[in-house]
Design a binder for this molecule. Structure first.
Ligand code: PMP
Ligand code: GLN
Length: 379
């Protein structure tokens, strides 16, 4: 008997496999079709051939933890102790699991915002917690803070936040931070802040990391991913920053899942960040050019959209093309028109009546152009 009867394979795996089976251009699962910087690859080869191949320390290689502490200081003004407040993890995925597991006891309630990244609710339920889903709607995906306030009760243990938001691309405003502060004030509620797209915001928007706000950071696990930032999703490497007391609990879980994160990649990343940290700051412009190109191409199709505010995803409404549910439409698009996308309804507990799919534009321009030609030719 399954312990996890309601859970299947993630939509990202399902759609990538379908793309491969049907020879479709894969704009579904979020990963670039280009490589990370040659300098980063060179540093990795160097460390592999210079003896950095045994277990790393549990919380990470000191050099990389220092670079992370420097990064959050320079970007967000956060004073973070590399030893005790930083952990390097095998992807943001493991960090999310550890953070949620460190907080949630059976019967605890956790607030998540739908459409929610697909790991959050399963991690909550694996720990015996109860997810309370608050929907956000196309096109602006604004958080209904009044509803958050009404949902909070004595059992609320944790709020899981995500900005820039996958799949919608929505980015927090100052108002969101003010409202977050208001709803949790005086309450014993922790925060998990999924900030893996922290370096991808558009049109003059700043990423409002919780690390900017000491009163919020003191109750938060802030999580990011080098996979997203440096175009190496397959390296499976992310990190978490949290106050010492929370980090101690986090590491108790981490030590029994993966113990530590792979060693040579940590050294390579430490070297790379030491020399090229400023490259992270160029990522928004890099992806803005891609977003603008993809938007221009999409305007020649019958999809409707408003430009994404951040991340490397673009949502689009296909109701001018089909009355089918988005899961069926995504399947048809992949099999018949050879472009794979992600249906958005799967990220909702109660899917709204909308026809929206997600495109990943972290692709060569030529890939986007070929995909758009196919999209434009749909009757
Ligand atoms: N959170 C969000 C919102 C994501 O889109 C992803 C996908 N990369 C992750 C977490 C997991 O990141 P990683 O690949 O570093 O595990
Ligand atoms: N975060 C990626 C996305 O949203 C997928 C990561 C995964 O497949 N686990 O597409």
């Amino acid at each position: 008997m399954s312990k996890f009867p309601g859970v299947g394979t993630t939509i990202f795996t399902v759609m990538s496999k379908m793309a491969s089976d049907y020879g479709a251009i894969n704009l579904s699962q979020g990963f670039p079709d280009f490589d990370g910087a040659p300098e980063l690859m060179e540093r990795l080869s160097w460390h592999i051939s210079h003896g950095h191949n045994q277990y790393a320390p549990l919380a990470g290689v000191p050099e990389l933890k220092q670079q992370i502490a420097r990064k959050v200081h320079d970007l967000y003004g956060a004073e973070v102790a590399p030893d005790g407040e930083v952990a390097v993890t095998p992807g943001a995925t493991e960090a999310l699991y550890c953070a949620i597991t460190a907080c949630v006891r059976p019967g605890d309630e956790v607030i998540v915002f739908d459409p929610a990244y697909d790991t959050y609710a399963p991690c909550v339920s694996l720990n015996g917690g109860i997810s309370r889903h608050i929907p956000m709607s196309y096109p602006d995906f604004a958080i209904d803070w009044q509803r958050v306030g009404e949902t909070i009760n004595d059992r609320t243990r944790l709020i899981i936040l995500n900005s820039p938001h996958n799949p919608s691309g929505a980015v927090w405003s100052d108002e969101d931070i003010r409202e977050l502060r208001r709803v949790i004030e005086g309450k014993d509620i922790l925060l998990v802040s999924d900030e893996v797209y922290e370096h991808i915001t558009f049109d003059g928007r700043d990423h409002l990391s919780l690390l900017r706000y000491p009163d919020l950071a003191e109750r938060a696990f802030c999580i990011s991913s080098f996979g997203k930032t440096l175009h190496v999703t397959g390296w499976r490497i992310g990190y978490c920053v949290a106050p010492a007391e929370l980090m101690r609990e986090f590491l108790k879980i981490h030590q029994f899942i993966n113990f530590s994160t792979n060693t040579p990649m940590q050294y390579a990343l430490a070297d790379y960040l030491g020399e090229y940290f400023s490259k992270c700051l160029e990522l928004s412009d890099f992806y803005l050019t891609k977003r603008n190109l993809f938007n221009k191409l999409l305007r020649k199709t019958r999809f409707n959209f408003i430009p994404s505010q951040g991340t490397y995803f673009q949502l689009a409404d296909f109701s001018a093309l089909s009355d089918e549910p988005d899961t069926r439409f995504a399947e048809q698009l992949t099999k018949e028109h050879k472009v794979a996308v992600i249906p958005v309804s799967v990220f909702y507990q109660e899917p709204p009546d909308q026809r929206i799919v997600r495109f990943c534009f972290a692709k060569h321009d030529e890939t986007l152009e070929r995909a758009a030609q196919r999209l434009a030719s749909i009757d």
